[in-house]
Design a protein around this ligand. Structure first.
Ligand SMILES: Nc1ncnc2c1ncn2[C@@H]1O[C@H](COP(=O)(O)OP(=O)(O)OP(=O)(O)O)[C@@H](O)[C@H]1O
Ligand SMILES: [Mg+2]
Length: 384
C-alpha cells in the first residue's frame, strides 16, 4: 500500500516536487477507493487539496466541496469495528495485543480547569489538523496521562477516542510483556505498526509496566530492549489518531521515554467543586444547595471512582426504597464517613440541611448510626 504519511511530511519542506506529491496522493486515493477504505480515501483527497491549493486553487475548491462533510461521516464509518483490521497477535500465545472498542457512548469526565483546557486544546488540534497541515505542522500525536488511581485516566482515553470519532485500541499489557526472548520488543513494534496502519487511539494503560527505568538494578535485558523499542516507536508515532499512555507511577517510567511524549497531562484527585460536579454527573441530577455543600465538604480530596461508587449506591438505594436520591445520598455519605472528624462535619452540615425538622437530632443520629448524645457531642460548641 502506498505510504500515506509521505506527502504530509514532505509538505513542510521548502522545495517540493508537486507533481510527485500529486501522483502519490492520487494513487493513495484511488487504491483506498478500490479497497473501500473511506477514511484513508478522504485523508488522501485532503492531501490532494493541500497539494493543489497553490497550483490550481479552483480544482482544490471543487475537490473540497466534492468530499463535503464526508470527513465526519467517513470517520463514523471508521468507527465500525469491521473497518479496523484485526489487532495483531502475540506469535507465541496467539493472543491479541490489543482489544478494539468503539466507545460511542459514555459520559464526559469532569476535570479541574487546567487539565480540561489542555485536553480541549489537543482535541482542537486534531479536529482542525488541516489548518495546521497548511502551515507544515501536525497535531500532537502522543500524550502521557498521569495521576493516582481512580481519577479518570481510562475514562479520559475513552472520551478522547469518542471525541475524535476513532476506535480505541487498548493494549493488553499482560499479553505484550512476554517471557520469550525479544518478544516483548517485537510485540510493542507490532502494536505501533498496527496503529500506523489504522486510524485508532492507541491506549497503553499501566504504561510503567512497559517503560521501567533502564537503570533499575532488578531489570533484566528483556525490558531494556522493550524500552529501547518504545523509544524508537514514540519517535515515529502514527500519522493519524493518537497514542495515549497512562500510569499511576510516573516515577517508574524511564526518563527518556517521558521526554518523548508530545504532551503530558496530570490528573489529580478532585477538589470540592470538581467533586460535587462529578457527583451530580453520576447521580444524573443537580442537588439542592445545602446537600451540595454537605457533599462538597465530605468528598473534596477523593477520587472520581470513589464518588461514582457513592452515586451508584445512592441511586440504587433510592430506586429500591422509592425515596429521593438526595436523601439516599446523605445516608450513603453518613455510611462512608469513617473518621470522627468527618462525622462531625457531616453532623454540622446535616443540621443545616434538616433545619426545619423538629426531630433533626434524631434524624442525624439515625443517619450517622450513633446516639443522640453523640450527635450533641459532635455539635457542641458549633453555631447553626
Ligand atoms: N474525573 C472524572 N469525572 C467523572 N467520572 C470519573 C472521573 N474520574 C473517575 N470517574 C469515574 O470512576 C470510574 C473509574 O475511573 P478510571 O478507571 O477512569 O480511573 P483511572 O485513573 O483510570 O484509575 P486506575 O489508575 O485505577 O486505572 C470512571 O469510569 C468514572 O465512572
Ligand atoms: Mg485506568
Amino acid at each position: 500500500m502506498p505510504v500515506l504519511d509521505g506527502p504530509i511530511r514532505r509538505l513542510g519542506r521548502t522545495s517540493v516536487d508537486w507533481d510527485e506529491e500529486f501522483r502519490e496522493a492520487l494513487l493513495v486515493a484511488a487504491s483506498s477507493a478500490v479497497r473501500g477504505d473511506a477514511y484513508q480515501g478522504v485523508t488522501a483527497v485532503k492531501h490532494l487539496i493541500a497539494v493543489l491549493r497553490e497550483r490550481d486553487p479552483e480544482l482544490a475548491e471543487r475537490l473540497k466541496s466534492a468530499i463535503g462533510t464526508g470527513g465526519s461521516s467517513t470517520r463514523n464509518a471508521a468507527l465500525s469495528p469491521g473497518r479496523v483490521a484485526a489487532a495483531p497477535l502475540d506469535l507465541d500465545r496467539r493472543m491479541p495485543l490489543s482489544t478494539i472498542q468503539n466507545p460511542m457512548e459514555g459520559l464526559a469526565p469532569v476535570l479541574a480547569p487546567e487539565p480540561a483546557a489542555r485536553l480541549a486544546e489537543l482535541l482542537d488540534e486534531h479536529r482542525r489538523a488541516e489548518l495546521l497541515e497548511r502551515s507544515g505542522l501536525q497535531p500532537r500525536r502522543t500524550m502521557l496521562l498521569t495521576g493516582p488511581p481512580g481519577v479518570g485516566k481510562t475514562m479520559v482515553a475513552r472520551w478522547m477516542a469518542r471525541s475524535l470519532e476513532l476506535p480505541l485500541a487498548e493494549a493488553n499489557i499482560s499479553v505484550i510483556v512476554s517471557s520469550f526472548l525479544g518478544r516483548t520488543a517485537q510485540n510493542i513494534h507490532e502494536l505501533f505498526e498496527f496503529a500506523r496502519a489504522n486510524p485508532v487511539v492507541l491506549f497503553l494503560d499501566e504504561f510503567d509496566a512497559l517503560s521501567k527505568q533502564r537503570d533499575d538494578a532488578h531489570e533484566v535485558g528483556e525490558m531494556k530492549r522493550a524500552v529501547s523499542t518504545l523509544l524508537l516507536e514514540l519517535d515515529r508515532p502514527p500519522q493519524h489518531g493518537l497514542v495515549i499512555a497512562a500510569t499511576n507511577h510516573l516515577q517508574l517510567v524511564d526518563l527518556a521515554i517521558r521526554r518523548r511524549f508530545d504532551t503530558s497531562i496530570e490528573l489529580d484527585i478532585a477538589d470540592a467543586d470538581v467533586a460535587v460536579s462529578i457527583l451530580e454527573l453520576h447521580l444524573k441530577q443537580d442537588l439542592p444547595v445545602p446537600i451540595r455543600n454537605v457533599a462538597k465538604e465530605t468528598l473534596a480530596g477523593t477520587s472520581g471512582a470513589h464518588i461514582k461508587t457513592l452515586a451508584d449506591a445512592a441511586r440504587r438505594r433510592a430506586a429500591l426504597s422509592e425515596t429521593e436520591v438526595s436523601t439516599c445520598l446523605l445516608q450513603e455519605l453518613a455510611r462512608t464517613a469513617k473518621t470522627t472528624e468527618s462525622r462531625k462535619i457531616l453532623a454540622q452540615r446535616l443540621r443545616t440541611v434538616l433545619n426545619d425538622d423538629a426531630n433533626s437530632m434524631s434524624s442525624i443520629a439515625e443517619l450517622l448510626g450513633v446516639s443522640k448524645s453523640t450527635v450533641h457531642g459532635y455539635l457542641r460548641g458549633t453555631n447553626k
